[in-house]
Design a protein around this ligand. Structure first.
Ligand code: TYM
Length: 337
């Protein structure tokens, strides 16, 4: 733990995920799985973005359960608290403070252009709240408070990353070098995992059709069933090509999990039907998720351990982030406490 505070010359990685329902294979391949090896080389700071989650109405009991589940699940995926920090965003109040400050350096027009805002406001027409609109400023605060060098995310978050960079550059342009301008990066394969039912859309846990996504905690038989039902095409030939969105998506998943290239996959399934291919993809995913599901089962039963973990990390995160917040506030002209 001490390491994170003292080894400041290591590059800093920051990323976060919303604890809204169980994570999907998209979250896993696009983000979480990439967080794990980074811990060997970098100073990694990870968070559960619970403040972001309330931009959509949450059922209180379910929300609380989701937060515990998400914390346990990410530990099960391999976040190692000997090497990294992993805390709950709302436990570190500097994030909400930074969001307010940065809101005042973010333009209405910039926020209006965010595709996620446009999508979510179209889907939740009864609750287009101001938080949904200013969500990217909170995300910018998360990242900039830790002077993060790099932010591993799926492709859908890159637009928010670009905005974070713009906000940081704007602030630095006025006050001098306050924030590190971070780089976003996405994995080569798995950056954009698509819905199994409509492969033109991203795989999302908020999709009403549960057959459209694989949840990391889905049982093996459920995973196999969902892959068997995945939408494909009528060509019956496993090859990567324009217009074959369903097959392209399954190839992307298979490639991310097995490390095989598209050419190798095409060769492996040469002359075989989609049924064989879907079974192979399902089995590979089941095997990838099996150890995570087993570990999750242990962590989720030990709330005291989870509390110990998130409290320890939050304490350190408060100190690190307060330094940056103070620096920014001093530059603006606030009288510090
Ligand atoms: P969230 O919770 O929607 O998603 C978490 C991570 O999963 C990635 N992801 C995907 N990748 C590939 N294919 C998919 N179908 C797919 N669906 C989701 C996302 O790109 C993301 O990396 N605002 C963020 C959370 C956040 C954050 C931050 C991220 C809050 N503060 C600071 C980075 C830095 C979000 O809602 O992600």
């Amino acid at each position: 733990m001490q390491q994170t505070e003292t080894k400041e010359r290591k590059k800093v990685i920051f990323s976060a995920i919303q604890p809204t329902g169980t994570f999907t294979l998209g979250n896993y391949l696009g983000a979480i799985r990439n967080w794990i090896p980074l811990q060997e080389e970098f100073n990694c700071i990870y968070a559960l973005a619970d403040l972001h989650a309330i931009t959509v109405r949450q059922d209180p009991k379910k929300f609380r359960e989701n937060i515990y589940e998400a914390y346990a699940l990410l530990l099960a995926c391999g976040i190692d608290l000997e090497k990294s920090l992993f805390f709950i965003q709302s436990h570190v109040s500097t994030h909400a403070q930074a969001a307010w400050l940065l809101n005042c350096y973010t333009q209405f027009g910039e926020l209006s252009r965010m595709t996620q805002f446009k999508d979510k406001s179209a889907r939740h027409t009864d609750n287009i709240n101001a938080g949904l609109f200013t969500y990217p400023s909170l995300m910018a605060g998360d990242i900039l408070l830790y002077q993060a060098d790099m932010v591993p995310v799926g492709a859908d978050q890159m637009q928010h990353l670009e905005l974070t960079r713009n906000i940081a550059e704007r602030f630095n342009g006025i006050y001098g070098n306050v924030f590190k301008v971070p780089e976003g990066f996405t994995p080569k394969v798995g950056a954009r995992v698509k819905s199994l039912q409509d492969p033109t859309k991203k795989m999302s846990k908020s999709d009403e059709n549960a057959n459209s996504y694989i949840a990391i905690l889905d049982k093996p038989e459920v995973i196999m069933k969902k892959f068997r039902r995945a939408v494909t095409d009528s060509e019956a030939c496993v090859r990567y090509a324009e217009g074959k969105d369903g097959i392209n998506n399954l190839m992307g998943i298979y490639s991310a999990v097995t490390g095989k290239s598209n050419a190798e996959i095409e060769q492996e399934f040469d002359g075989k039907g989609y049924g064989d291919f879907k079974t192979a993809v399902g089995e590979a995913v089941v095997e990838e998720l099996r150890p995570i599901q087993e570990k999750f089962g242990k962590y989720i039963q030990d709330k005291a351990y989870l509390k110990e973990c998130y409290e320890k990390s939050a304490e350190i995160a408060r100190k690190i982030s307060q330094r940056t917040l103070d620096k920014a506030m001093k530059k603006i002209g606030f009288v510090l406490k």
